[in-house]
Design a protein around this ligand. Structure first.
Ligand code: FES
Ligand SMILES: [Fe+2]
Length: 246
């Protein structure tokens, strides 16, 4: 694909009081989305889920992360591992719905099996109907493709390209800001969740969530219990932004 000319972003990348919004192409162009996918979502640490969604050893949850099929796995030591959800034999999707696995991850196509750390551990009949090994099939080299991942405040982050700095360096300012909170926070209780399906460019949703200006007009009922005066904006140029309320 030829590289499209990215817009000049000088008027965007300036102090908040002078900055303009991103040009339209950044919200509607498939080509810009493809560039952003690599440069922002894959080259950095992206949050993709929470540990509480796979609470028990053996819990496995498949996901599609901007076109990449992946699985979140809680192994028998309680650690969370993230893998590509594709078999190393012929690329079959391994897991198609959340489940708990007491033994191994078995590919539905030719039954190659992987343990919960992604190691290939069985290749039935790969050397003929009476043998489960073959000189060309080296189990050590054919484990699941692991995706670099880490967990902070029970949020699972992945760095698909493997190029990002260590998470603790990358996110040091946000980690410091939240250091007084020792436990993951779930406002509705330990198992609470909500999900939203949005038909919009991902940045529009993030940007909306970072401002409270629209509150009195769009959410008048919320404004009664959580008034606009109680909201404040959190901005660390180049690092993070968001909003909080008292
Ligand atoms: S594709 Fe998975 S075992 Fe063949
Ligand atoms: Fe067939």
């Amino acid at each position: 694909m030829s590289s499209i000319p990215l817009s000049n972003l000088d008027s965007v990348l300036t102090s908040t009081d002078k900055a303009k919004g991103l040009p339209n192409q950044h919200y509607i162009s498939e080509a810009v989305f493809e560039e952003e996918k690599e440069a922002i979502l894959f080259d950095n640490w992206s949050a993709i889920g929470t540990g509480k969604d796979i609470p028990n050893p053996g819990d496995v949850k498949p996901m599609n992360f901007v076109g990449m099929p992946i699985i979140l796995v809680r192994d028998s030591s309680g650690d969370i591992n993230v893998f590509q959800n594709t078999c190393r034999h012929r690329g079959m999707i391994l897991i198609d719905e959340p489940t708990n696995i007491s033994g191994v991850i078995r590919c539905p196509y030719h039954s190659w099996c992987y343990d919960l750390k992604g190691e290939l551990c069985a290749t039935p009949m790969v050397g003929g109907t009476d043998t489960n090994s073959h000189e060309s099939i080296n189990h050590q080299e054919l484990g699941l493709f692991e995706i670099r991942s880490t967990v902070w405040q029970d949020i699972i982050f992945v760095n698909i390209s493997g190029k990002a700095p260590e998470f603790n360096d990358y996110a040091s300012k946000v980690i410091e800001r939240w250091s007084e909170f020792k436990e993951p926070l779930y406002h509705g209780g330990k198992n609470s969740s909500f999900s939203l399906t949005l038909e919009t460019n991902w940045k529009l949703a993030v940007e909306n969530y970072c401002e409270s200006y629209h509150l009195p007009w769009v959410h008048p009922e919320l404004n009664v219990t959580s008034s606009i005066e109680d909201h404040y904006h959190i901005e660390e140029m180049g690092c993070f932004s968001g909003q909080g309320s008292h």
